[in-house]
Design a protein around this ligand. Structure first.
Ligand SMILES: Nc1ncnc2c1ncn2[C@@H]1O[C@H](COP(=O)(O)OP(=O)(O)OP(=O)(O)O)[C@@H](O)[C@H]1O
Length: 776
């Protein structure tokens, strides 16, 4: 006998009945397993006695027979394997078999006698009846209550997950999602799904509204049911995060919910949605304020960030450095560095030393790094501390903290200053699911914090960072406001600037241009909207190669070949494109460049996934943050080794990637987290720099061609920039502003919170005293 649901759903499905021989691999966190199974029976076309099965199982028990449902997959090296999409303990479908199962060691206290009584009373559906309603055991004469309770509990535990997996599979929900659902609701998963599938949208990350809607429809839930409208509201807000929004205006939110939910024969009024949003607001599932609808995590992130800014600013730097003294100190630094600070640069140094939180912005080559170094040196002189970490026996006493949002940006900061710099995640001690170790209870220790590439920091990270900043830590935020905003929600840098509540200095004078850089000149022309086709003439560090979309692959390949002939290291050339699809998209460019740069040879090992072949020597990019391995979204590495299953003690195929000097091992399930990096997206290139940037630009990129995107791309190049494509498309792009306004309210939060600090500070000043606000 098998429990009810299975007979409905898996009747036609292929199965392998079998028991565990041994586990080859098990990932505790994800419950992903590869196991060798002894085959008892199957309806598949398979006659071997054993098979390797893989999928998201909980630990399989020894001496237990399972039915595995799934399909065969041919592994290029290991041959036929069974990809399991659901499974359950096999329960014999004879009365005797059922009695033997219930009286087995799995169920403590149930002997053959009790088992027989249970089967006599409850019949062949005994197990599903008990799981569905443990009270049915009351009908079994002589079965003690404690034994009945323990049996029901054990059955639920033994069968719970499998039962849920099988149940969910009828809605096309896979094992991995089932695992998430089980972890959230345990045995209540099915009950919740039947009563209100929309609850899943609220509680389970990544559970789509459409799936919930489909299930609700099958269960006969009304299309105007409040739960449906509620889930629609949450879904619309969650989706809006992908566009960088922190909130949605109430009317927009209502309109989008109606668009999502409306069904031809049903109408949904504005009032119905607005009322539902107000209920959600009352339950604190969403927050509505000033006509803005927020998900709570975003509201509290913005509000929290603003409150930390206020906290820091409310305790200003007492010590004023007399102007003459500062000029003397910076004069000494200028002499040592053989430069002369420009007016803006001096202002930036002075400002940063005098105020608790300062922002320094500027395009490429305006001297942001020069200013950072000047501030560090001046601070060290004024406070009579050493800038060299090696002078500190106790590392926790080192006064400077340098950080940036990505690994590559942190590395650049380290290289340009010669001082230790780490990612914000590492600084805060990211520990995966539990968040960050550093916070207000365990704050950062130091005297001066510098955050570079701040334009890339989203509101969640900004709030977490500022939470961990103690009252006496001075902060300098450095960034380029003309670059793309953060991938995550918010536009923290530009909101801080437009609030005009934080002292900031804009560096506008370009120094690198003086060294004759056409790239920098072009960047500033784009920024100032003065670039014309006259400015696209070839120069020593810049070329524009005209071509059509259909010629693009050919041209890019030729450029690589020519560079190779000239002895240029091909790793130094980075192709940046705005989109994956299209004839000149990232996917196709990568395919061709892999063939050209790292072709297949009999000696080079490679592994294949459904759409990619990774080969030793391939350039690859990490697509998600994996702080536990020290690799972050956007890090670029190289495949340095591939190990086969029998070549390592873990007994799994492994891909070894080298990121700078760090080796990271990937197993097959992690391959989705990487892709080829011969060509990467401009978004992913934020915070990185490359010796040579090659950028295709064609009109079919269409709406992707925006000023801040193209500006970000060209400012990634250190030595040379090659643009290939259509000049008119490029010119149109650099004059097209990104009209996709992000809905954020940080500016309002800041103005509201900081007004009273502002007034107080102005009042407190003596006549003639310099205030940080003089610099704004
Ligand atoms: N006041 C100055 N006088 C002379 N050279 C300067 C001055 N300020 C900066 N430079 C030089 O200009 C170049 C760019 O400066 P820096 O690297 O500090 O700019 P940046 O804004 O950090 O640039 P990017 O954002 O492109 O990295 C460097 O070579 C630097 O030495």
């Amino acid at each position: 006998m098998v429990i009810d649901v299975q007979s409905n759903q898996n009747k036609e499905k292929g199965y392998i009945k079998g028991e565990l021989l041994y586990t080859i691999f098990h990932n505790e966190l994800e419950h992903f397993s590869i196991a060798r199974i002894k085959v008892h029976d199957t309806n598949e076309d398979y006659s071997e006695k054993e098979i390797v099965a893989k999928g998201y199982f909980t630990n399989l028990q020894d001496a237990t027979i399972y039915n595995f449902y799934g399909q065969f997959e041919k592994h290029p090296k290991f041959g036929l394997q069974y990809q399991v999409s659901s499974y359950q303990t096999f329960i014999p479908n004879t009365k005797d078999g059922l009695i033997a199962y219930l009286s087995s060691d799995l169920f403590y206290g149930i002997g053959e006698k009790s088992a027989t009584k249970i089967v006599n009373v409850l019949g062949e559906n005994a197990i599903s009846s008990i799981i569905n309603d443990p009270d049915v055991l009351k009908d079994v004469p002589g079965l003690k209550q404690d034994k009945a309770e323990s049996l029901a509990k054990n059955l639920k535990e033994n069968q719970g997950f499998e039962h849920i997996v099988v149940y969910l599979s009828k809605y096309g929900i896979g094992l991995k999602m089932a695992q998430k659902i089980y972890e959230q609701y345990k045995e209540d998963a099915i009950e919740i799904l039947e009563e209100d599938p929309y609850q899943y949208v609220f509680d389970i990350e990544g559970f789509g509204f459409q799936t919930a809607d489909e299930i609700a429809k099958q269960n006969g839930l009304s299309l105007t049911h409040p739960n449906r409208i509620g889930a629609g509201c949450i879904y619309v807000l969650q989706k809006s995060i992908q566009d960088g929004h922190v909130y949605l205006p109430l009317e927009d939110c209502v309109r989008q919910v109606i668009y999502l939910l409306v069904h031809s024969e049903h109408t949904l009024s504005n009032d119905m949605v607005t009322n539902r949003l107000e209920q959600l607001n009352a339950e604190k599932t969403v927050i509505i304020q000033n006509g803005h609808v927020y998900l709570p995590s975003l509201y509290y992130a913005e509000d929290g960030f603003a409150s930390h800014i206020k906290r820091l600013i409310s305790k200003p730097i007492e010590e004023q450095i007399p102007l003459a003294e500062l000029m003397k100190i910076t004069g000494d630094i200028e002499e040592a560095e053989t430069i002369s600070y420009g007016k803006e640069q001096f202002t930036a140094i002075n400002q940063s030393l005098h105020s608790k939180v300062t922002i320094v912005t500027g395009g490429p080559g305006t001297g942001k790094t020069t200013v950072i170094k000047g501030i560090l040196k001046a601070y060290a002189t004024i406070h009579d501390v050493s800038i060299r970490p090696e002078d500190y026996e106790d590392k926790s006493e080192y006064p400077f903290i340098l950080t940036a949002p990505t690994g590559r940006a942190a590395k650049r900061l380290n290289e340009s200053t010669g001082l230790p710099a780490v990612t914000i995640h590492r600084l805060l001690g990211w520990n995966g699911q539990d968040g960050f170790n550093k916070d207000q209870d365990e704050p950062l220790s130091g005297k001066f914090l510098i955050v570079d590439e701040f334009s890339m920091v989203d509101i969640w990270l900004a709030n977490n960072l500022f939470k961990a900043i103690p009252d006496d830590l001075q902060v300098l935020l450095v960034g380029d406001e003309d670059q793309l905003p953060s991938v995550g929600p918010g536009q923290v840098l530009s909101d801080l600037l437009s609030s005009e509540r934080i002292p900031f200095v804009s560096l506008n004078e370009v120094y690198r241009q003086k060294e004759g850089s056409k790239i920098i000149q072009l960047a500033h022309q784009i920024k100032n909207d003065t670039c014309t086709n006259e400015d696209l003439k070839n120069d020593k560090d810049f070329s524009f190669i005209p071509c059509h979309e259909y010629q693009m692959i050919d041209i890019i390949t030729k450029i690589f070949m020519r560079a190779n002939d000239k002895g240029i290291d091909l790793k130094d050339i980075q192709v940046l494109a705005p989109m994956y699809r299209s004839q000149a998209g990232i996917t196709i460019i990568n395919k061709h460049l892999q063939q050209m740069v790292n072709p297949k040879t009999p000696k080079k090992r490679e592994v294949k996934t459904s759409d990619t072949t990774f080969r030793v020597g391939d350039k690859v990019i990490q697509l998600v943050n994996q702080p536990e391995n020290g690799v972050f979204n956007g890090d670029i590495g190289e495949v340095v080794a591939i190990f086969e299953e029998d070549e390592n003690k873990e007994n799994v195929e492994q891909l070894v990637l080298l990121f700078d000097e760090k080796e990271v091992v990937y197993e097959r399930k992690d391959y989705v987290n990487i892709m080829h990096a011969y060509c990467i997206s401009i978004h992913k290139s934020q915070g990185s720099e490359f010796p040579i940037v090659l950028m295709p630009v064609v009109s079919t990129y269409n709406r992707m061609l925006r000023k801040n995107l193209l500006y970000t791309a060209i400012t990634r190049s250190k030595q040379s920039l090659i643009i290939c494509g259509e000049q008119h498309a490029f010119l149109r792009g650099i004059h097209t502003l990104d009209t996709n306004k992000r809905f954020t309210s940080l500016q309002e939060h800041l103005i509201e919170r900081l007004n009273h600090v502002d007034n107080k500070k102005e009042d407190d000043l003596e006549d003639g005293e310099i205030s940080p606000y003089d610099f704004m």
